[in-house]
Ligand binder design. Structure first.
Ligand code: FES
Ligand code: FES
Length: 172
């Protein structure tokens, strides 16, 4: 029997300690041990991006990272985008631009886009395409997701302008 290991990590600002088998993936830790089921599991081999989370702001595929490798990490999952229950501007943009259909891929897209817009607040079309190319969506055809990223960039730069550009009024 392989010895378990004790790890500690911070997820969405909350410190967790766990004793895990060395083979446990980070996504299984998040979903099955911590109950953070917003992170989805698709291909399980690093291709589809459904399991994307941020570690120190950088997008990683949690299906090909072992939980023990995340020992000490500062992780953001999709739940961390809206801790107060109010949608993050990127989520608002996806909603307004119909950047999702079934929604299975959406958590991964949201976090990939969060990294993109943190690094490039006014991304070029090519930068957006390059980012979106790392996540697979079987439903939308990507055009609406592309529009959502543009909208999210406007919202983050100027929330009022973002709302005006999409014809959505902001209240409060
Ligand atoms: S489930 Fe991790 S990349 Fe597909
Ligand atoms: S919205 Fe269904 S897979 Fe992307």
């Amino acid at each position: 029997m392989i010895a378990k290991r004790s790890i500690s990590l911070t997820v969405n600002g909350v410190r967790y300690e766990a004793t895990v088998e060395p083979r446990l993936t980070l996504v299984d830790l998040l979903r099955n041990e911590l109950g953070l089921t917003g992170t989805h599991v698709g291909c399980e081999h690093g291709v589809c991006g459904a399991c994307t989370v941020l570690i120190s702001g950088k997008a990683v595929r949690s299906c090909i990272l072992l939980a023990v490798q995340a020992d000490g990490a500062d992780i953001t999952t999709v739940e961390g985008l809206s801790p107060s229950g109010q949608l993050h501007p990127i989520q608002q943009a996806f909603q307004e631009q119909h950047g999702l259909q079934c929604g299975f891929c959406t958590p991964g897209f949201l976090l990939s886009v969060k990294e993109l817009l943190a690094d490039h607040p006014d991304p070029t079309d090519e930068q957006i395409k390059e980012t979106l190319g790392g996540n697979i969506c079987r439903c939308t055809g990507y055009q609406s997701i592309f529009a959502a990223v543009k909208c999210a960039a406007r919202k983050l730069a100027d929330p009022a302008a973002g709302a005006l550009a999409t014809g959505v009024a902001q209240v409060g």
